[in-house]
Write a protein that binds this ligand. Structure first.
Ligand SMILES: [Zn+2]
Length: 206
C-alpha cells in the first residue's frame, strides 16, 4: 500500500475501501469523494537530428545536476499538469539547449514502474528549425549534436536516449504517430495517430 495518510483535498485520515476490484485508500467523507489511484507522471524527450558533413547527428545535453550528473541524454523533462505534451517537449529543447525545433512525430515511449510514480516517457522526433546548442552551466553542463559513432566514445550516454535516437535514425520522419490536426481542434486535446486516419471520423461533413 502506498504511503499516503491524509486526504489531499480535505485532510481527513484516509481509510481503505474496495473500489474497482482492489483495495484503495479513500476519503471517508462521501461529500469529498477522493480516492487515491496512485501517482503517475509523464516525461517527454526530443530527438532533434541535424545533418553535419553528411552525417545525421542528434542533440544531446549533459546533465549538470544530480541525479546522474555528467551523463548525456536527450533534452526533455516532465510535463506540467496544465501543459500539452508537444508544447512541453518544444519548451524543454529551447530551455535546455537553446534550440528551436518543431514536433514531427512520436518514435516510441517507455512505461516504467518502480520509481516514485508510474511513469510514461514519450520520445518525440522534432524537426530542427534553428539555433546553436547552448548550456547554462548549472542544469546543463554541455550540449551539442553528436553522431552515433561519436557517442561510442562519450561516457554515460543514457541507454533510453540512445534507443530513441536509433528509432529516429532507422525510420522515415512522419512515419510514427503524428499530430492529427483535425482531431486536435478541441482546445485541450492533442491527438496523435497514424497518418492514414480517416479524417471524416472527425469531419463528417467532408
Ligand atoms: Zn477528503
Amino acid at each position: 500500500m502506498p504511503k499516503i495518510n491524509f486526504c489531499p483535498r480535505c485532510a481527513k485520515p484516509l481509510v481503505t475501501t474496495y473500489d474497482g476490484g482492489r483495495d484503495r485508500l479513500a476519503c471517508p467523507d462521501s461529500s469529498c469523494g477522493f480516492i487515491y489511484f496512485g501517482d503517475f507522471s509523464i516525461g517527454c524527450s526530443a530527438v532533434v537530428l541535424r545533418e553535419e558533413d553528411k552525417v545525421q547527428k542528434a542533440l544531446l545535453i549533459q546533465r549538470g545536476q544530480e541525479p546522474f550528473a555528467g551523463t548525456w541524454q536527450l533534452p526533455g523533462g516532465y510535463v506540467e499538469y496544465d501543459e500539452l505534451l508537444a508544447v512541453a517537449v518544444e519548451r524543454e529543447v529551447q530551455e535546455e539547449a537553446a534550440i528551436e525545433a518543431k514536433v514531427r512525430d512520436v518514435v516510441g515511449f517507455r512505461h516504467m514502474l518502480g520509481g516514485p510514480s508510474s511513469n510514461i516517457y514519450m520520445i518525440f522526433r522534432l524537426d530542427y528549425v534553428g539555433g546553436e546548442p547552448q548550456y547554462d552551466g548549472e542544469e546543463t553542463s554541455d550540449a551539442g549534436f553528436f553522431s552515433l559513432e561519436e557517442m561510442e566514445h562519450m561516457p554515460g550516454v543514457q541507454n533510453i536516449s540512445r534507443w530513441g535516437i536509433e528509432q529516429a535514425l532507422q525510420t522515415t520522419p512522419g512515419s510514427g504517430l503524428t499530430i492529427d490536426k483535425v482531431g486536435s481542434r478541441a482546445p485541450k486535446w492533442l491527438l496523435f495517430g497514424l497518418k492514414d486516419l480517416d479524417p471524416s471520423i472527425w469531419n463528417p461533413t467532408n
